[in-house]
Design a protein around this ligand. Structure first.
Ligand code: NI
Length: 259
Protein backbone atom coordinates (compact mmCIF):
# COMPACT_ATOMS: atom_id res chain seq x y z
CA UNK A 1 0.00 0.00 0.00
CA UNK A 2 1.19 3.47 -0.85
CA UNK A 3 -0.14 6.05 1.62
CA UNK A 4 -0.71 8.80 -0.96
CA UNK A 5 -2.69 6.39 -3.16
CA UNK A 6 -4.90 5.29 -0.26
CA UNK A 7 -8.04 6.79 1.27
CA UNK A 8 -8.50 7.54 4.96
CA UNK A 9 -10.87 4.55 5.37
CA UNK A 10 -8.11 2.38 3.79
CA UNK A 11 -5.65 3.61 6.44
CA UNK A 12 -8.19 3.22 9.24
CA UNK A 13 -8.70 -0.40 8.15
CA UNK A 14 -4.92 -0.91 7.90
CA UNK A 15 -4.50 0.33 11.49
CA UNK A 16 -6.86 -2.41 12.69
CA UNK A 17 -4.32 -5.04 11.50
CA UNK A 18 -0.96 -3.23 11.67
CA UNK A 19 0.74 -0.19 13.14
CA UNK A 20 3.94 0.04 11.16
CA UNK A 21 5.00 2.24 8.27
CA UNK A 22 8.01 2.36 5.96
CA UNK A 23 9.24 5.89 5.20
CA UNK A 24 11.68 6.38 2.32
CA UNK A 25 14.17 9.19 2.96
CA UNK A 26 16.75 10.51 0.50
CA UNK A 27 18.35 13.68 -0.72
CA UNK A 28 18.20 16.04 -3.69
CA UNK A 29 21.84 16.65 -4.54
CA UNK A 30 24.37 16.27 -7.32
CA UNK A 31 25.29 12.69 -8.16
CA UNK A 32 28.30 13.15 -10.39
CA UNK A 33 28.30 13.97 -14.10
CA UNK A 34 25.88 11.20 -15.09
CA UNK A 35 23.65 10.55 -12.07
CA UNK A 36 20.24 12.12 -11.55
CA UNK A 37 20.09 14.75 -8.80
CA UNK A 38 17.26 12.80 -7.21
CA UNK A 39 19.26 9.53 -7.02
CA UNK A 40 19.15 9.08 -3.22
CA UNK A 41 15.41 9.69 -2.96
CA UNK A 42 14.71 7.63 -6.12
CA UNK A 43 16.64 4.63 -4.70
CA UNK A 44 15.02 4.76 -1.26
CA UNK A 45 11.55 5.16 -2.80
CA UNK A 46 12.01 2.39 -5.39
CA UNK A 47 13.16 -0.07 -2.71
CA UNK A 48 10.41 0.92 -0.25
CA UNK A 49 7.66 0.79 -2.87
CA UNK A 50 8.84 -2.64 -3.97
CA UNK A 51 8.28 -4.03 -0.46
CA UNK A 52 4.48 -4.41 -0.14
CA UNK A 53 2.75 -7.67 -1.19
CA UNK A 54 -1.05 -7.71 -1.07
CA UNK A 55 -1.32 -4.66 1.15
CA UNK A 56 0.81 -6.13 3.97
CA UNK A 57 3.17 -3.15 4.20
CA UNK A 58 2.33 0.56 4.13
CA UNK A 59 4.80 2.98 2.53
CA UNK A 60 4.57 6.67 3.43
CA UNK A 61 5.45 9.74 1.36
CA UNK A 62 9.15 10.03 0.51
CA UNK A 63 11.22 12.65 2.32
CA UNK A 64 13.11 13.76 -0.79
CA UNK A 65 15.19 16.53 0.79
CA UNK A 66 18.07 15.71 3.12
CA UNK A 67 21.10 17.27 4.76
CA UNK A 68 23.54 17.96 1.92
CA UNK A 69 25.10 21.38 2.52
CA UNK A 70 28.48 20.11 1.25
CA UNK A 71 26.99 19.65 -2.25
CA UNK A 72 25.52 23.15 -2.55
CA UNK A 73 28.43 24.15 -4.83
CA UNK A 74 26.84 21.97 -7.52
CA UNK A 75 23.76 23.50 -9.19
CA UNK A 76 20.48 21.76 -8.47
CA UNK A 77 21.37 20.60 -4.97
CA UNK A 78 18.79 21.50 -2.31
CA UNK A 79 19.78 21.01 1.35
CA UNK A 80 17.88 21.10 4.61
CA UNK A 81 19.56 22.23 7.80
CA UNK A 82 20.05 19.32 10.21
CA UNK A 83 17.56 21.00 12.59
CA UNK A 84 14.99 21.26 9.77
CA UNK A 85 15.27 17.57 8.95
CA UNK A 86 14.93 16.73 12.65
CA UNK A 87 11.76 18.83 12.75
CA UNK A 88 10.38 17.15 9.61
CA UNK A 89 11.03 13.70 11.13
CA UNK A 90 9.41 14.75 14.42
CA UNK A 91 6.30 16.12 12.68
CA UNK A 92 6.00 13.15 10.28
CA UNK A 93 6.21 10.68 13.18
CA UNK A 94 4.11 12.81 15.55
CA UNK A 95 1.25 13.11 13.06
CA UNK A 96 0.99 9.36 12.60
CA UNK A 97 1.56 8.44 16.26
CA UNK A 98 -1.54 10.47 17.10
CA UNK A 99 -3.53 8.13 14.80
CA UNK A 100 -2.21 4.86 16.20
CA UNK A 101 1.02 4.18 14.29
CA UNK A 102 3.85 2.90 16.51
CA UNK A 103 6.57 1.28 14.36
CA UNK A 104 8.48 3.65 12.07
CA UNK A 105 11.06 2.24 9.65
CA UNK A 106 13.03 4.88 7.76
CA UNK A 107 14.55 3.41 4.62
CA UNK A 108 17.47 5.70 3.95
CA UNK A 109 19.34 6.57 0.75
CA UNK A 110 21.71 9.31 1.96
CA UNK A 111 24.58 9.25 4.47
CA UNK A 112 24.08 12.87 5.57
CA UNK A 113 20.65 11.97 6.98
CA UNK A 114 21.90 9.38 9.45
CA UNK A 115 23.11 11.65 12.27
CA UNK A 116 20.13 14.08 12.19
CA UNK A 117 17.60 11.22 12.04
CA UNK A 118 19.23 9.44 14.98
CA UNK A 119 19.18 12.74 16.92
CA UNK A 120 15.49 13.24 16.05
CA UNK A 121 14.74 9.68 17.25
CA UNK A 122 16.40 10.43 20.60
CA UNK A 123 14.21 13.52 21.03
CA UNK A 124 11.07 11.54 20.11
CA UNK A 125 11.96 8.87 22.67
CA UNK A 126 12.63 11.60 25.23
CA UNK A 127 8.94 12.54 25.13
CA UNK A 128 8.11 8.96 26.16
CA UNK A 129 10.94 8.79 28.70
CA UNK A 130 9.52 11.77 30.52
CA UNK A 131 6.14 10.03 30.99
CA UNK A 132 5.17 7.69 33.79
CA UNK A 133 6.14 4.03 33.24
CA UNK A 134 2.51 3.02 32.57
CA UNK A 135 1.89 5.74 30.00
CA UNK A 136 5.23 4.99 28.31
CA UNK A 137 4.28 1.32 27.94
CA UNK A 138 1.09 2.30 26.19
CA UNK A 139 2.98 4.54 23.80
CA UNK A 140 5.50 1.91 22.68
CA UNK A 141 7.03 4.07 19.95
CA UNK A 142 9.69 2.27 17.90
CA UNK A 143 11.97 4.00 15.40
CA UNK A 144 14.59 2.60 13.09
CA UNK A 145 16.71 3.95 10.27
CA UNK A 146 18.37 1.60 7.84
CA UNK A 147 20.46 2.65 4.86
CA UNK A 148 19.87 0.39 1.87
CA UNK A 149 23.57 -0.22 1.16
CA UNK A 150 23.86 -1.99 4.54
CA UNK A 151 21.44 -4.72 3.43
CA UNK A 152 23.40 -8.00 3.19
CA UNK A 153 22.40 -9.22 -0.29
CA UNK A 154 22.45 -5.76 -1.85
CA UNK A 155 25.82 -4.98 -0.24
CA UNK A 156 27.37 -8.27 -1.41
CA UNK A 157 26.09 -7.70 -4.94
CA UNK A 158 27.44 -4.15 -5.20
CA UNK A 159 30.86 -5.35 -3.98
CA UNK A 160 30.80 -8.16 -6.56
CA UNK A 161 29.73 -5.88 -9.40
CA UNK A 162 31.96 -2.87 -8.72
CA UNK A 163 34.57 -3.67 -6.03
CA UNK A 164 36.92 -0.74 -5.39
CA UNK A 165 35.18 1.29 -8.12
CA UNK A 166 32.01 1.55 -6.04
CA UNK A 167 33.34 4.55 -4.04
CA UNK A 168 31.03 6.37 -1.64
CA UNK A 169 29.20 9.00 -3.67
CA UNK A 170 27.60 8.86 -7.12
CA UNK A 171 28.30 5.16 -6.78
CA UNK A 172 27.58 2.85 -9.72
CA UNK A 173 25.17 0.88 -7.52
CA UNK A 174 22.95 3.84 -6.64
CA UNK A 175 23.05 5.20 -10.18
CA UNK A 176 22.14 1.71 -11.49
CA UNK A 177 19.15 1.41 -9.13
CA UNK A 178 17.97 4.86 -10.19
CA UNK A 179 18.29 3.80 -13.86
CA UNK A 180 16.22 0.68 -13.19
CA UNK A 181 13.55 2.80 -11.48
CA UNK A 182 13.65 5.70 -13.96
CA UNK A 183 15.23 4.54 -17.26
CA UNK A 184 14.75 7.94 -18.87
CA UNK A 185 17.43 9.46 -16.60
CA UNK A 186 20.23 7.52 -18.35
CA UNK A 187 23.24 9.53 -19.59
CA UNK A 188 26.28 8.37 -21.52
CA UNK A 189 28.69 10.96 -20.11
CA UNK A 190 32.40 10.32 -20.73
CA UNK A 191 34.47 10.42 -17.53
CA UNK A 192 37.89 9.39 -16.32
CA UNK A 193 38.34 6.32 -14.14
CA UNK A 194 37.74 7.01 -10.47
CA UNK A 195 40.46 8.08 -8.12
CA UNK A 196 40.74 5.11 -5.73
CA UNK A 197 40.59 6.47 -2.18
CA UNK A 198 42.27 4.85 0.80
CA UNK A 199 39.94 2.96 3.16
CA UNK A 200 40.85 5.35 6.02
CA UNK A 201 39.81 8.34 3.88
CA UNK A 202 36.50 6.64 3.03
CA UNK A 203 35.87 5.80 6.69
CA UNK A 204 36.60 9.40 7.64
CA UNK A 205 33.87 10.56 5.23
CA UNK A 206 31.31 7.96 6.39
CA UNK A 207 27.87 9.44 7.03
CA UNK A 208 28.86 12.37 4.80
CA UNK A 209 31.07 14.09 7.36
CA UNK A 210 32.29 16.61 4.80
CA UNK A 211 33.37 20.21 5.09
CA UNK A 212 31.76 23.20 3.36
CA UNK A 213 30.51 23.28 -0.23
CA UNK A 214 33.44 25.34 -1.57
CA UNK A 215 35.99 22.92 -0.22
CA UNK A 216 33.93 19.96 -1.36
CA UNK A 217 33.69 21.02 -5.00
CA UNK A 218 37.40 21.85 -5.08
CA UNK A 219 38.26 18.43 -3.63
CA UNK A 220 35.81 16.46 -5.83
CA UNK A 221 35.47 18.60 -8.99
CA UNK A 222 32.93 16.45 -10.87
CA UNK A 223 31.03 15.41 -7.74
CA UNK A 224 32.07 11.75 -7.60
CA UNK A 225 33.84 10.38 -4.54
CA UNK A 226 36.03 7.47 -5.59
CA UNK A 227 33.31 6.00 -7.81
CA UNK A 228 32.84 4.96 -11.43
CA UNK A 229 29.15 5.56 -12.11
CA UNK A 230 29.79 4.94 -15.83
CA UNK A 231 29.70 1.23 -14.87
CA UNK A 232 26.00 1.51 -13.97
CA UNK A 233 23.52 -0.32 -16.20
CA UNK A 234 19.75 -0.66 -15.84
CA UNK A 235 20.08 -4.47 -15.81
CA UNK A 236 22.46 -4.46 -12.84
CA UNK A 237 20.23 -1.85 -11.27
CA UNK A 238 17.27 -4.23 -11.53
CA UNK A 239 19.32 -6.98 -9.80
CA UNK A 240 20.44 -4.61 -7.04
CA UNK A 241 16.89 -3.35 -6.61
CA UNK A 242 15.48 -6.89 -6.32
CA UNK A 243 18.16 -7.82 -3.76
CA UNK A 244 17.55 -4.67 -1.73
CA UNK A 245 13.77 -5.20 -1.76
CA UNK A 246 14.15 -8.79 -0.49
CA UNK A 247 16.56 -7.59 2.22
CA UNK A 248 14.28 -4.70 3.15
CA UNK A 249 11.30 -7.02 3.62
CA UNK A 250 13.35 -9.30 5.87
CA UNK A 251 14.78 -6.41 7.86
CA UNK A 252 11.37 -4.77 8.29
CA UNK A 253 9.82 -8.06 9.46
CA UNK A 254 12.65 -8.49 11.97
CA UNK A 255 12.06 -4.91 13.16
CA UNK A 256 8.32 -5.49 13.64
CA UNK A 257 8.78 -8.71 15.59
CA UNK A 258 11.96 -7.76 17.51
CA UNK A 259 12.40 -6.13 20.90
NI1 NI B 1 23.65 9.08 -3.17
Amino acid sequence: MILEDSTWPDIEAYLRRARGIVIPIGSTEQHGPSGAIGTDAICAEAIARGMPRDGDILVGPTIALGVAQFNLGFPGTVSLRAATLMAVVADYVGSLVAQGFRDFYFLNGHGGNIAPCQAAFQDLHLATSLMSATAAQEKGLRLKLRSWWEYPQANALRQTLYGAREGIHATPSEVAIALAARPWTRRTTAMTQAEILAPEALREMGGDRHRDAHHHRERFPDGRIGSDPALATPDDGARLLAAAIADARDDYRAFLTGD
